[in-house]
Design a protein around this ligand. Structure first.
Ligand SMILES: Cc1ncc(COP(=O)(O)O)c(C=O)c1O
Length: 247
């Protein structure tokens, strides 16, 4: 198993709904939609040298996912960024950090799946941990999972939601086979991704990538380009590719 408990994370301060609390005392309500139905969206962010890699793009995808699920009262990018900043400051974090950013539909007045039962929310959870790159830069072993990514008219894979059971089932198959991870095919049998990362392919000197996600494309700003250069340099240092940092 590549990921183990990291002592540096023993006394983490986590942020649930704006409340900063020690990890052992942090609480999500049993009435929260994430508990009731995995009714939440999320992003995995990396912090390098005090900067979050592609924060704008991650927040745009979080918002697109939340919109696709008809969440109401989604906090602004500025509000989310401020909660991330508070969490990083509370932990004295600048580098080598992974942030699991979760936005749930919020707290329900009674258990049930109807979104109209959500009369408070959404709930924003910022979990920032010290975490080294997860994969071995020398390569990983993969098996092909029997579970498939659902078709867009079953559950649109562009929605980055918390219903992770297909990925977890694929990971169980990888574990049983003694592989690091699993390749997951789509419903037609084409490669979709692994249980936890995208797959890029080098073919005849060309890097083939999947199509861009559905959120609006905007031209890179000089600040982004500088951040990208910085991240590429950091990766040359530790020998890991950003796409292999697990979200
Ligand atoms: C199944 C899957 N694919 C891909 C990714 C990588 O996502 P990102 O687009 O943030 O690199 C993740 C993690 O977030 C994932 O769980």
């Amino acid at each position: 198993m590549r990921q183990v408990f990291d002592e540096r994370n023993r006394d983490l301060i986590v942020n649930v709904g704006g409340k900063l609390t020690h990890r052992d005392r942090a609480a999500v309500s049993p009435f929260d939609s994430a508990v009731q139905g995995g009714d939440a969206v999320w992003e995995g962010l990396r912090l390098y040298g005090g900067k979050i890699f592609r924060l704008d793009e991650h927040l745009a995808r979080l918002r697109a996912s939340a919109r696709a699920l008809a969440f109401r009262h989604v906090p602004s990018d500025q509000e989310i960024t401020e909660e991330i900043r508070r969490t990083l400051a509370a932990n004295g974090m600048r580098d080598g950090v992974h942030i699991r950013l979760t936005l749930t539909r919020g707290v329900k007045v009674t258990s049930g799946m109807d979104p109209r039962l959500n009369q408070a929310g959404p709930t924003l959870i910022v979990l920032a941990e010290w975490k080294d790159p997860v994969y071995d830069a020398a390569g990983i072993t993969l098996v092909t999972a029997s579970v498939r990514r659902p078709a867009p008219d079953c559950l649109d894979p562009k929605i980055h939601h918390n219903n992770l059971l297909p990925s977890i089932l694929a990971k169980i198959e990888a574990n049983v086979a003694g592989a690091d991870d699993a390749v997951v095919l789509d419903h037609r049998g084409f490669i979709a991704e692994t249980n936890a990362t995208h797959i890029f392919m080098v073919s005849g000197g060309t890097l083939a990538v999947r199509r861009r996600p559905h959120h609006r494309r905007r031209p890179a700003r000089p600040a982004d380009q500088a951040a990208d250069r910085h991240v590429r340099r950091s990766h040359r240092h530790d020998g890991h590719a950003s796409r292999l940092s697990r979200g």
